[in-house]
Each structure stands twice: as structure tokens, then as C-alpha cells.
Design a binder for this molecule. Structure first.
Ligand code: PXL
Length: 276
């Protein structure tokens, strides 16, 4: 059985980070070890969330795992909350990143703005982790902060290709921009592979609402696809289609959550998709 390890927070309510990464990877048939970086009562879009930092646990966890000789087929980092956690993630890559795919989702921003608690200095430090990854999957806001360029709400294909080249120049092999849209009603991902010098894009019909946590579902699905031996392109397409299915099912429910998608109802779709 393929094994992944993911390092990110656990937001007790909110359907993001570990509470989506674990079920998504499980549904894809991937055994998943976790390094929880913090416990929050909710994700940071709620007012008054509690936050308990677990950084002090991370190195002891990794030390124990080294003694046990654990190995993984994928190492995937998500939301990280401090410079120290970025250092821990680099160590995770160093100690457990051999012969496996290393994925960094540089969670820190959306819609032109950094999430609560993040700074431009943190974004610069995140570039060092991105340099060590095989694949990074920022949205356009995160890419802008990583590259220190102004965020553009609208862009053309040439701009996206230029951003992708600059992202891979950070040192990663592949970069995929999520949430890309060139025309109203179509949303998708645009990727670049530095080693083959090839671009790839995939779009689906855009749903009428946007939700929190979909980036985490996207990245988890990408990780599950890669670790299951799917190609990068297939994994990106599965991630786009699964997130769209999640949103589609969510908005059909009257009085649905505004904080996260009904990914649970889309899990049968994901399992079916993984059979092909
Ligand atoms: O979905 C990214 C994410 C993960 N974890 C926490 C967050 C967010 C986004 O805001 O607040 C705690």
C-alpha cells in the first residue's frame, strides 16, 4: 500500500487542512501519516478561533519515526504557521523525502490578500521550502506573494506561463497554478514542468460559489493521484474534477455550510474515478 505523510494544522471545524487531507487520501487508497502543526477550534476565517501550537512536538515525532525506519511515497505540506514550522518541513523533506514525491501547497493567501497572521517575510521564507519540492500548487495570490510581484485579478495566458516559469525558477520541478480562469464560467489549473519544458492546462465549468478549503482538497487529491502512480496531468485533472463535484453537491443543499464544501458526498465520485 502506498504511504504519504502530510504536515498541516487540524482545524476542528472548517473542513480544511487535515480534516480534508486524511479522508481524501484514505478514499484514494493511500495510507496517511500526519504531523499536526497546531490545533485550532476553527479555521482562521471565523472570528475568535483558538490556536494551540504543536511545533515542539514535530522534531520528536520525526526522530521517533527515524528510529522506526518509516518511509513514505509522498511528503505533502499544507498550511504552516511559522518560520520554525517551515524549518521543520525542510527537515521532513531531508529525512523522509528520498525516493518520494514532495508536494508543497504554500497555503497563505487568496483573493489578493494574505490570510490572518501571515506576512510578506513568511511568504519569502516559503520560497525556500518551495525550492525543495517536486511540485508546488499555489493559487495566483500565493504565487504573487512567493514571487514578490503585484497581484493581478485578470491576466492572459502569456502572463500565467511567465508566472509558472518564475515559480519553477525557485527550484521546484513542476508548478501548478490553481483557480485559473481566462473566461467567465470556466475555472481550472495551469501547470508547467521545467524538466520537459511543457505546459498543461485543464478547465471545468465554474460553479457559482467559491468556498474555503477547496485548495486543500485540490492539493490532497493531487497528492493521492501522484502517489497512486497517476501522471501529473491525470492527477491535476482528477483534482479539478473532484473539487468541482464537491462544490456542485454543496450548492445543491439548501442552507449549506458557507465555510467548507460537502466533500463527504463527493467521495463516492472520487473512489469511482480512481478505478479508471
Ligand atoms: O485552507 C487553508 C487553511 C488551512 N488551515 C487554516 C486556515 C486555512 C485558511 O484560512 O485558516 C487554519
Amino acid at each position: 500500500m502506498k504511504k504519504a505523510v502530510t504536515m498541516q494544522d487540524i482545524s476542528c471545524v472548517g473542513k480544511c487542512s487535515l480534516t480534508v487531507a486524511l479522508p481524501v487520501l484514505s478514499a484514494m487508497g493511500v495510507e496517511t501519516a500526519v504531523i499536526p502543526t497546531a490545533v485550532l477550534s476553527t479555521h482562521t476565517m471565523f472570528k475568535g478561533f483558538t490556536f494551540h501550537d504543536l511545533t515542539a512536538e514535530i522534531v520528536p515525532i520525526m526522530e521517533h519515526w527515524k528510529k522506526e525506519g518509516f518511509q513514505f511515497d509522498a511528503v505533502y505540506t499544507g498550511y504552516l504557521g511559522s518560520f520554525e514550522q517551515l524549518d521543520c518541513a525542510e527537515r521532513l523533506f531531508r529525512d523522509f523525502g528520498q525516493n518520494c514525491v514532495k508536494i508543497v501547497d504554500p497555503c497563505m493567501a487568496d483573493n489578493g490578500k494574505l490570510y490572518a497572521g501571515f506576512t510578506t517575510e513568511f511568504a519569502h521564507a516559503m520560497t525556500k521550502l518551495c525550492a525543495k519540492a517536486d511540485i508546488i500548487c499555489p493559487n495566483m495570490t500565493e504565487a504573487s506573494f512567493l514571487l514578490d510581484i503585484p497581484y493581478q485579478e485578470t491576466y492572459d495566458e502569456a502572463y500565467v506561463r511567465d508566472v509558472l516559469k518564475k515559480l519553477t525558477n525557485l527550484g521546484c520541478r513542476k508548478a501548478v497554478l490553481t483557480g485559473i480562469s481566462f473566461e467567465h464560467g470556466k475555472l481550472g489549473a495551469y501547470a508547467y514542468d521545467r524538466e520537459t519544458d511543457t505546459y498543461f492546462s485543464y478547465f471545468t465549468p465554474e460553479e457559482s460559489e467559491h468556498f474555503h478549503g477547496t485548495g486543500d482538497i485540490w492539493a490532497s487529491t493531487l497528492c493521492g493521484g501522484m502517489v497512486s502512480g497517476r501522471t501529473f496531468e491525470e492527477s491535476c485533472m482528477t483534482a479539478c474534477d473532484f473539487v468541482r463535484e464537491c462544490i456542485h453537491l454543496t450548492i445543491q443543499e439548501e442552507g449549506h455550510n458557507l465555510y467548507g464544501v460537502n466533500f463527504e458526498q463527493a467521495i463516492p465520485y472520487l473512489i469511482e474515478r480512481m478505478k479508471h
